[in-house]
Ligand binder design. Sequence first.
Ligand code: SAH
Length: 218
Amino acid sequence: MKRYIDDYKQKGLRRQLVDSIKQKGITDENVLAAINNIPRHYFLDTAFESIAYEDRAFPIGEGQTISQPYTVAYQTQLLEVKSFEKVLEIGTGSAYQSCVLGELKANVYTIERQKKLFDEVKKFAFKSKYPTLRFFYGDGYEGLPTYAPFDKILVTAAAPHIPQKLLSQLKIGGKMVIPVGGGNVQRMLRITRVAENDFAEEVFDNFSFVPMLTGKNS
Ligand code: SAH
């Protein structure tokens, strides 16, 4: 049984982590505050607790990972989230990124295709701190048509191409941040829906994500 204790030691390590991602170029104070507020060690197996505040990805089971804090901060900064915006996240994983969005007071709809990870996250005690998070089991390529349109869409797995169904679920003026590329390296893109049939694309740095897969996995 995992114990949820956040003491001065973890808080100190977390401040160091925030300093290091600041040095790597994250400037959004709200994003930095969110990283500073969330006990990342709660999201990892007890075995990884002592290294939870290193700026790197870790395994969370089912061959999946919790993203590197710098990557989480980078994507969140690009998303320019404002309070009460409707944000769709593809790839719940550990729900660490979802909680960062929760800290920014977004209304978060997050989808996971791996049943086991979805079930883990559902019983996750810490999530009660974020009443604006809703968890869905499904295929992120489909998005959530029932809840569309969204102000923002965040994809946290490597998409081989830009999923058209997700574009169609963006509000006019809405933005999607998505790592695109089939190999080991993806380009971070930010796509803005300028008008019904007009999308503007900006290209940012390279990252390495686990692949965005099709269908659900029970
Ligand atoms: N945001 C997560 C990162 C998880 S890694 C975190 O902060 O921990 C990417 C996740 O995307 C994995 O859990 C993987 O199972 C999930 N995934 C991959 N393809 C998907 C799809 N088509 N729909 C929903 N989730 C998907």
